[in-house]
Design a protein around this ligand. Structure first.
Ligand code: SAT
Ligand code: MN
Length: 589
């Protein structure tokens, strides 16, 4: 008798009409065979895959996407709850029946002449009580190989799926790649993601943002846990004690660099658990426990170097668990190596840009696309935490909310308590980046870095956060950080990267009650003497500016936060209005 998964796949095949169906077993051999096929398959701007210098970049391959398909397309992303109200002002909405009709029309025969890959996969370790079994179909071998890197794909997942009906389903087709026929739609009540017309990461690797954040946040709301856009890391102090923390930052704000940071502060080191997504559950001990449901990085290439992220450079060349993919980076023709802006060493003389066109150093355009990416297994990480595969996850002592803000937001602020911490997350704003289509550098509200990823009304989500706090007997402390504050000349005040450990050290000192803090209207900030600044050539006035709370700037910010909160009407928890009111009174006095 056919299993529910087989039946579902059968139905999708009837609709999409592929020439053949291939059930992926998730082995390296299979991935390499798909790469072989892709290397000989020509498309618009070259073969699907290009083999890179294997001596320097073991089992690494270059892929070029369609030039109009290079970032998440938030305006084409929908969350289709039965009621618009539940999707909230933070999501595009279409009535589910109507949405499915539209998608059915676009998907009819969309895989004609192509192979349909069936990808059974797990998000989370198969032995974890928090893991979820899923299946995705796709007509892109690039997506199939990427999913092998990013998830636990193969036989074990298929076993788990066998006797189940509640698995998460993902339908993906690149369709004709036309932006006018591109939709990424979510049906939370059906555990279904349906994506057509894009082959790009967050639009196409449905285990990632689509399932592990949008659908999972809804599952978490109903089941009492949180799916968050967060790094997970362990910080070992000179005594050998490890403190686990999570941090939410919008896309392309340095989560990956943070997660595998090489500490500039002696005696401290980072253990990496995840760079993008955390599932947070309340443990039997009343603490918050985190797992990373993924097994890979889909990271931004430009800016990655031995200075900014040496551990990522080592990860990319390690070659333990392969393949490794590069998407839309430039190609050094002399050495057959990938290249991007910010990489160590001189700019190569003979380069092809991300579209495969000859590139000259005086060219106005970047050689690598600003959102070019690598896809690499987390098992290649030299700093991988020994707890990574622990099915229970790790206990979290602190949560950090960070954004990219040139002005206003201090280097670090501690929330007065859980409720105030939730307010710190809810009031977050950040300047936009190339990770999503649209203008770069505008401040937009991005609560908990979840604006594009929360699968339901953010007002209801804030309430859920408050409820989780009430159920924790030992809640983590909550902090806001900002590495990006600028001086009058537009230069960063804080050196960032490995030096961020100095801020993390203060956070840990606060968690362990080793230091005090100074109360301001916006939260607790460090006494300057409590920051470990030895070896950092930072003038006192710069430091003061980094933690400055400028009341007139905050008055303007408060008006922005008000406008944002108002959108959620009755769904916005009273407690958050109270927090905003209290802050406003304190700022004005
Ligand atoms: O494209 S992804 O959503 O996977 C990456 C990102 O924007 O953070
Ligand atoms: Mn992300």
């Amino acid at each position: 008798m056919a299993t529910a998964v087989e039946e579902w796949v059968e139905e999708q095949a009837k609709l999409a009409q592929p020439a053949r169906i291939h059930w992926c077993d998730g082995t390296e051999g299979e991935a390499l065979r798909l790469l072989e096929i892709g290397m000989s398959e020509e498309k618009l701007n070259g073969p699907v895959f290009w083999e890179l210098n294997q001596k320097k970049w073991p089992k690494a391959y270059l892929h070029r996407s369609h030039p109009t398909d290079v970032a998440r397309t938030e305006h084409l992303t929908y969350v289709c709850h039965p009621s618009r109200e539940m999707s909230g002002p933070n999501n595009n909405w279409m009535e589910p029946g109507e949405a499915k009709q539209l998608l059915t029309r676009l998907s009819t025969g969309c895989m004609k002449g192509r192979t349909m890959y069936v990808l059974p996969y797990m998000m989370g370790h198969p032995d974890s009580p928090y893991a979820k079994a899923c299946v995705q179909i796709t007509d892109s071998s690039y997506v199939a190989i990427s999913m092998r890197i990013m998830t636990r794909l193969g036989k074990q997942a298929l076993e788990k799926l066998k006797n189940r009906h509640d698995f998460v389903r993902g339908f993906h087709s690149i369709g004709d790649l036309s932006p006018t026929r591109r939709f990424i739609m979510h049906f939370p009540d059906d555990n279904l993601v349906w994506s057509i017309g894009s082959g790009y990461g967050g639009n196409a690797l449905l285990g990632k943002k689509c399932f592990s954040l949008r659908i999972a946040s809804w599952l978490g709301y109903r089941q009492g846990w949180l799916a968050e856009h967060m790094v997970i890391m362990g910080i070992e102090d000179p005594r050998g004690e490890i403190t686990y923390i999570c941090g939410a930052f919008p896309s392309a704000c340095g989560k990956t660099n943070l997660a595998m940071m090489e500490s500039a502060l002696g005696g401290y080191r980072v253990w990496t658990l995840g760079d993008d997504i955390a599932w947070l559950n309340i443990g039997p001990d009343g603490r918050l426990w985190a797992i990373n449901p993924e097994t890979g990085y889909f990271g931004v290439a430009p800016g990655t170097s031995m200075t900014s992220n040496p551990n990522m450079m080592r990860t990319l060349r390690r070659g333990l668990f392969t393949p490794t993919l590069f998407t839309n980076v430039a190609l050094n023709l002399d050495t057959n190596e990938p290249w991007w802006e910010g990489l160590d060493g001189p700019v190569p003389e003979k380069l092809l840009d991300w579209q495969g066109r000859p590139w000259k150093p005086n060219s106005k355009e970047k050689a690598a696309h600003p959102n070019s990416r690598f896809t690499v297994s987390i098992y290649n990480t030299p700093t991988l935490s020994p707890e990574f595969d622990n099915p229970q996850g790790v206990p979290i002592s602190a949560i950090i909310f960070g954004g990219r803000r040139g002005q206003l937001i201090p280097l670090v602020v501690e929330g007065f308590d859980w409720t105030h911490g939730v307010f710190l997350g809810a009031r977050m704003g950040s300047e936009t980046t190339a990770a999503a289509a649209g203008e770069v550098g505008l401040v937009r509200r991005d609560p908990m870095a979840m604006l594009p990823f929360c699968g339901y009304n953010l007002g209801v989500y804030f309430r859920h956060w408050l409820n989780i706090g009430n159920r924790l007997s030992k809640p983590p402390k909550i902090f806001s950080v900002n590495w990006f504050r600028l001086d009058e000349n537009g230069r960063f005040l804080w050196p960032g990267f490995g030096e961020n450990m100095r801020v993390l050290k203060w956070i840990i000192d606060r968690v362990k009650n080793r230091v005090g803090a100074k109360e301001t209207p916006v939260g607790l900030v460090p006494h300057l003497d409590d920051l470990e600044l030895d070896g950092l050539n930072l003038p006192r006035e710069k430091l003061a500016k980094l933690v400055e709370v400028n009341m007139s700037e905050w008055k303007r910010e408060i008006e922005e936060i008000k406008k944002f909160f108002q959108q959620f009407g009755q769904h916005l928890p009273r407690e958050l209005w109270d927090q905003l009111g209290a802050m406003e009174r304190a700022v004005k006095s």
